[in-house]
Design a protein around this ligand. Structure first.
Ligand SMILES: Cc1cc2nc3c(=O)[nH]c(=O)nc-3n(C[C@H](O)[C@H](O)[C@H](O)COP(=O)(O)OP(=O)(O)OC[C@H]3O[C@@H](n4cnc5c(N)ncnc54)[C@H](O)[C@@H]3O)c2cc1C
Length: 342
């Protein structure tokens, strides 16, 4: 049986960042990815501006830059403007390939088209019963993580996000549509990208089934006169149920750990940071990650806010109406600019 000090399952932002960092150590590392190509993922590809400097993301990877967004509340619509560009979009395949190019492949062995099908105490199984041994295992395998399942962690806080990818430059603005009847505490969006627009919506699966969400989305598309006939339909889950990231010699990073905002669905930033921090934890048993603690605080806060709105039931729309009035105030715009658009 082949053996490695560290096996990383999943070459998304978390797994790739983790591999890049571990390549600088003396550990033997294996990175496994089930897909043939590293990078593509059902995702909006939105990154906050703070990530550009933090991860040295080159300019040529940035597609669109946003300074404002329209928010459509039940009874009024508001444009929130920032002093600076606060959101950028990236193409997930190009981003994945860029991350991959930063990994020293003399130090990390990478196998794509390789799905891990079983996990045991000290080895994993791939393909037709090929066993590979590990000292440390890192689950960076996303929302439906096999490592998380092996650890016996139940996932109860789940969102489903659906979108149409439509080749069109008709839409210019980033827009969010709040409609409690259709999307409960979530929303629909129009997210113009470089050569296409993503038009989608999401919802907590405890509130609406996937089937019902699609029906509601169709109603909204019809009401909004949006033609998706030329679009490609995509759907994926979002796991925001954080329950820990360190379990002896097994670690979870990114979405497998539930490190995603349940409110906005943003998870790339947390995936990159947790991937890096998990690498440090593997190299030093006593490492206490302040960065992950910061992310956990935000993830838990967002889950609490979502839970609060979910619990409002028929009063949710009233609450959104109230928020829309507050949003209009000058003071609120200042706070948004300072707090949200860092
Ligand atoms: C519709 C939608 C829109 C989104 N928009 C945004 C956005 O605009 N901004 C943002 O920040 N976040 C967004 N997200 C969330 C974001 O996509 C994820 O949080 C992020 O990709 C998590 O990164 P990760 O590395 O943890 O996992 P992933 O990116 O999911 O990577 C996991 C990798 O593991 C591989 N894998 C899984 N199982 C196995 C296995 N058994 N064996 C081998 N390999 C395996 C997968 O193929 C995948 O490559 C969105 C999500 C959805 C669904």
């Amino acid at each position: 049986m082949e053996n490695y000090d560290v096996i990383i399952i999943g070459a998304g932002p978390a797994g790739l960042r983790c591999a890049e960092k571990l390549a600088r150590s003396d550990k033997t590392v294996l990175l496994l990815e089930k897909n043939k190509v590293v990078g593509p993922k059902v995702c909006g590809g939105g990154l906050p501006n703070i990530d550009l400097e933090r991860f040295n993301i080159p300019d040529d990877l940035l597609e669109k830059k946003y300074r404002s967004m329209m928010i459509h509340f039940p009874f009024l619509c508001d444009e929130v403007k920032a002093d600076n560009e606060f959101l950028y979009t990236i193409d997930r395949e190009k981003f994945g390939q860029w991350q991959l190019s930063k990994i020293d492949t003399n130090k990390v062995k990478i196998r794509t088209n390789t799905r891990v099908t079983e996990i045991n105490k000290d080895h994993i199984i791939i393909g037709a019963n090929e066993k590979i041994g590990f000292k440390h295992l890192i689950g960076a395998d996303g929302a439906n993580s096999i490592v998380r399942k092996y650890l016996g962690l139940k996932t109860e806080k789940f969102c489903i996000a659906i979108q149409y990818i439509i080749p069109s430059d008709e839409y210019k603005k980033l827009e969010f549509f709040i409609d409690s009847k259709l999307f409960r505490s979530w929303y629909a969006w129009i997210f113009p990208r470089k050569d296409f627009v993503s038009i989608g919506c999401g919802c907590n699966t405890n509130m609406v089934t996937a089937k019902k969400l699609r029906e509601n989305f169709n109603l909204w598309l019809e009401k909004s006169n949006i033609d998706v006939s030329k679009g490609e339909f995509q759907a994926y889950t979002i796991n925001y149920d954080y329950q820990g990231y360190k379990f002896g010699n097994i670690f979870l990073a990114g979405e497998s750990a539930g490190l995603v905002s349940g409110l906005t669905g943003e998870g790339i930033h947390s995936a990159l940071i947790s991937g890096e921090e998990v690498a440090k934890s593997v190299l030093d048993d006593d490492y206490d990650s302040k960065e992950i603690r910061k992310i956990i605080k935000v993830v838990n806060k967002h889950a609490m806010i979502l839970n609060f709105f979910d619990s409002l039931g028929i009063f949710r729309n009233v609450a959104f109406g109230f928020i829309s009035i507050i949003f209009k105030s000058q003071r609120m715009q200042e706070i948004i600019n300072k707090k949200l658009f860092r």
